[in-house]
Design a protein around this ligand. Sequence first.
Ligand code: 7GP
Length: 837
Amino acid sequence: EIAKLPKETLALWEKYGADESDDKESFQKSFIRHVTTTLARSIYNIDNFSAYQATAHSVRDRLIKRWNETQQTHTEVDSKRVYYLSLEFLLGRSLDNALLNLGLKDNYGGGIKELGFTMEDVLEQEVDAALGNGGLGRLAACYMDSLATMDYPAWGYGLRYTYGIFQQRLKDGYQIEFPDYWLNFDNPWELPRLDVVVDVQFCGSVNRYTDEEGHERYAWEGGDTLQAIAYDVPIPGYGTKNCINIRLWSSKPKRQFDLTRFNEGQYEQAVYEQMQAENITAVLYPNDNHMVGKELRLKQQYFWVAASLFDIVRRFKKSEKPWSNFPLQVIMDKIHTHPTLAIVELQRILVDLEGIGWDEAWAIVTQTFAFTNHTILPEAMERWPVPMIQYLLPRHMQIIFDINLFFLQKVEKAIPNNRDLLAKLSIIEESTPQFVRMAHLAIVGSHRVNGVAALHSELIKQTIFKDFIQFYGESKFENKTNGITPRRWLHQANPKLSELITETLGSKNWLKNLDLLKGLKSHVNNKDFRKRWVAAKLSNKVRLADYIQKATGVTVNSNALFDVQVKRIHEYKRQFMNILGVIHRYNTLKKMTSEERACVVHRVVIFGGKAAPGYYIAKLVIKLINSVAEVVNNDNSIEDSLKVVFIPDYNVSVAEIIIPASDISQHISTAGTEASGTSNMKFVLNGGLILGTVDGANIEICEEIGDDNIFMFGNLAHQVDDLRHAHRYRSVPVDPSLQAVINDIESGQFGDSRIFAPLINTLTHGKDYYLISDDFQSYLDTQKLVDESYKDQEGWTTKSIMCSAHMGKFSSDRAIQEYADQIWEIKPVPVMTKKHI
Ligand code: 7GP
């Protein structure tokens, strides 16, 4: 089409096309232009926040250019794309990441200084994009970074929540929640695509009819229609022109006003309905590893899936390829069971709208989807009541019943006369009311299923999905161990260490090939290198100590051992065990003489993490931590040998300060409960040691770094069932050290003990489901070992270096490469740089 334009027009595009160069002067020009035009301010009234906005807009201009070129290239090449469907993208801040990935940081840092600002102050102004709860959402963000960096043609699809994860504040030691209205100011990191609008239908009824060729067909008619509007979030790769897209949908009513109602005087009702439509994408559900069966959540899921599939199908149809090519052009990875309705929606599009026969359609559907499971916890398994789906999505419910019928027929044929197996495998749970088991639907509708760490992928085959192995065999199930992006989690979060590594290895190549960190091993005895390694850690600890002072008012000594546990507060993650261990330590210290205390390693125990607002026990754990902190931090008799802090509002940008500063971090879930964990990887990559159970990715980290460099303890996954059984039926005595700590709490040492009774009950009357009693003694013993090891500072430094050096495997680039080669079957598409047309 371009060829048809007159030469003069093309010449104009050539001449005036956006020339956003990357040098310092171009940045300064564009900064000033944005201050005066975009922000309508002047040199007289520009503060740090405006400076942030102007910088962000300058970077955005450059991002958009790359983003455009990427989209054009992908359209031209039109190779298979991967669509990463995730209800959560926990991106955090974007400016620093974009500056580093685009290679602009040095020029812009210098440029902004000359304009009277510092880059640190400017970066501090940005609010986090916190559209996720924890590990699952942050994994999605790391994977997008790797997909972009490795030039893969990839899209993310999610929801643009008006409110992200709540902000946590503390009052009298209790968590209180505040709404995270993150879009208060304009968001330079999204491109509103008001022209990309998709209708999404709910409710209504299904009518059967016969088409012209005499086939029986179904039409879903009536009901309410909402609109999904696209907001595109560009994700730049590191050291490449590739800049991919996350498309987030926002909901709005189809009609701005119901005019009849308006004229009848029902103005309020009309506006109310408008608000209802906007509600769908209003809020991120604040639950991690837990399902909440709210109708609004189901609506969110369908709204997101329907809009995304419409978009994907529209893109495919442009190529005019036959439907049988769909799986060759499109692969969708379902992040957990949240987008499972996409299976049903695609089957509906193919059968009802495109008129393709059921079997042919189903073959296309199953080839198109892959399913990644992120948890084994039963309370996180999604089940939706059949009547709820029937009401909201009547046609989908019929299709689910049909999918189930055909599936069970196949099972019956392969393994005849096994009613028990049929009941176990059925997508429908035959209770009153009936439920749809989303994980079953996800398995049946996908060609591959994977877990996120070796142990987890084994456990899903042995437990929650065991019955499926009987029918499918093992080949459908595999493992893809999680990874993290070294660009954000080392280069950006820990500039001092990153610089040292680059200097030592002689190039920045390790940022794209993390295995190169092995090269650090040959420097482990180099005095100067070791000195700088230790200095980097210390300066990160000073930075964290400052932050702690500001955020909590507690003064901590940067020379103490920093012991960190930051993650969502959950019983299975056992922050409770950690604080019980702290009480044990405190009372041991109190019994010591001053001389004895002079020999102990000083510790700062740092906690951070949010509890789901409705999770009563988790919230009590936060209260207990703060009550203990209050007593310990104000007890002069222990002479600073122990401090306890709870850092409020743990989020991505706080993590960037905490993680590089840790000496040891705790990943102490009951064996078999933590699917993978990803912060464990981040800590070790930054030269922090870990204290962990034999669970999730801890196991593989141990394999890589060697058991000399990690502190592992506790019962193993295969022992858990028996231990639980023993608690349930034989009422095993509580571990004596644990009993002593319980007594301390009950004596009122940390305030009114009645507050903590429900928490203590989980250990005593509640049968200790997470096996704290069984692991407590080995936990304390291992903590002692940590203290002993830390006394040998030289030995500790060696361990710290060896830890980072062996973390190559845990780059998200490795994980993405495996997904791309083995599940998605996609190839990189390098971006072709063009002039302005
Ligand atoms: C989390 C797992 O708990 C964590 O171990 C893993 O590292 C992370 O996913 C990324 O794979 N799972 C969830 O957050 C989750 O399953 C379900 O939420 C709603």
